[in-house]
Design a protein around this ligand. Structure first.
Ligand SMILES: NC(=O)c1ccc[n+]([C@@H]2O[C@H](COP(=O)([O-])OP(=O)(O)OC[C@H]3O[C@@H](n4cnc5c(N)ncnc54)[C@H](OP(=O)(O)O)[C@@H]3O)[C@@H](O)[C@H]2O)c1
Length: 339
């Protein structure tokens, strides 16, 4: 290996207090371990900060790696070195999503498994390619439930976020109506201006009634929940018989609550989770390729577009993340390399 060290964002300690966790971040020179046969070394193009990264910095994510560690689960870049079994990827531009138990993507150079690399098609730009996996594939994966149920209407909370943006595109292609829930009046306006007919503000006094009324009108069979709190109960309780609450995020940091017991017993309502890692693990290699090709095409056709509010150098990681947590609906922030 010729590249043995890299500049990286390093998290020395997890801290439940996000501001303290951010203030603890350091920019350091990190040693790059020798590549295994199935690994590649990638020169960073761009890597986003997602809610999973925020949860990771706080030590509150599903994945806790030994510290000090480089954060970052998703990125695009160019393969500059490979292990013996991954030579086919040399010099290729790739996007990758990796939650291996080692340093992540917020570095000038980072390692990834060849199996986690998606070779990029022409026509997809670096910034969009950096956000190719986590949110787009989650939307596609969750939308399969909607399709299997016969293209039924559904409810989305945190509807100003990126996963809901992609879910709405997929719904529009099939002519499916959506009930959107946001927490700020400006987001209500934005979604209405973008053509959404049903947009509710969860802070309204009569929100529960509005939601029940909207569900009576549309009969949605699914509610996709990125927040998890008493709103989860409100969503499930408003669904008709056989309705399913799909929990895929815990943005509130609270427990799911307020579920009507009788609805679960007598109306066969269900609560399930969605986990992107599991959805990917259930696919064979060919199906994964088909899914990622499909997602790349959606980006190239500009049907999918991740909103990006700003790009930052690795050194400016704290400024970037502060901007992101101030207004997540304004879009992702990217940490940029020199590609
Ligand atoms: N299960 C999986 O496999 C999987 C995969 C991908 C993503 N996820 C999860 O999906 C969730 C959404 O991700 P994303 O990338 O779509 O988010 P995003 O684009 O960063 O946007 C987050 C959205 O949630 C809103 N929000 C944040 N905290 C909230 C709260 N406490 N109550 C209500 N709304 C809140 C934000 O509104 P403001 O602008 O008002 O802050 C923003 O509209 C995250 O929890 C993420 O971890 C899970």
């Amino acid at each position: 290996m010729t590249i043995k060290r890299t500049k990286a964002v390093v998290l020395p300690l997890y801290n439940d207090n996000l501001i303290r966790a951010l203030l603890g971040l350091k920019i350091e020179e990190r040693e790059i371990p020798e590549l295994k046969p199935d690994e590649v070394l990638i020169k960073l193009g761009a890597s986003p900060c997602n809610p999973s990264d925020i949860a990771f910095l706080r030590g509150g994510y599903n994945i806790v790696k030994p510290v000090p560690v480089v954060p970052g689960f998703e990125a695009m870049g160019e393969v500059v070195e490979t292990g013996t079994e991954a030579q086919h990827l040399l010099n290729k531009k790739v996007s990758c999503f990796s939650q291996e138990d080692s340093d992540g993507t917020w570095a000038e150079y980072f390692r990834a498994k060849a199996k986690d690399c998606i070779v990029l098609k022409d026509g997809i730009n670096n910034d969009q390619a950096a956000c190719l996996s986590i949110n787009p594939l989650t939307a596609v994966g969750m939308f399969e439930l909607v399709e299997k149920a016969g293209n039924v209407p559904f409810v989305l909370n945190a509807a100003g976020g990126q996963v809901p943006v992609f879910m709405r595109v997929l719904a529009a292609e099939k002519g499916i109506e959506v009930i959107n829930i946001v927490r700020k009046e400006e987001q209500v306006e934005q979604l209405r201006n973008a053509g959404q007919k049903m947009v509710l503000n969860s802070t309204a006094e009569d929100f529960s009634d509005q939601l029940a009324q909207a569900c009576n009108t549309l009969n949605p069979l699914f509610a996709f929940d990125a927040v998890a709190s008493e709103i989860s109960g409100q969503m499930l309780n408003s669904l008709p018989e056989e309705g399913t609450l799909v929990i895929y995020g815990g943005l509130s940091g609270q427990s799911v609550s307020g579920i009507d017991t009788m609805g679960v017993i007598f109306k066969r309502k269900k609560v399930i989770g969605f986990n992107l890692n599991e959805w990917i693990a259930e696919m064979d290699e060919n199906t994964f390729k088909e899914q990622t090709n499909h997602v790349q095409d959606l980006f190239i056709e500009e049907k999918f577009k991740t909103q990006i509010q700003g790009s930052y150098k690795l050194e400016d990681v704290v400024t970037g993340i502060r901007a992101y947590i101030k207004s997540m609906s304004a879009g992702k922030i990217l940490l940029k390399g020199d590609l």
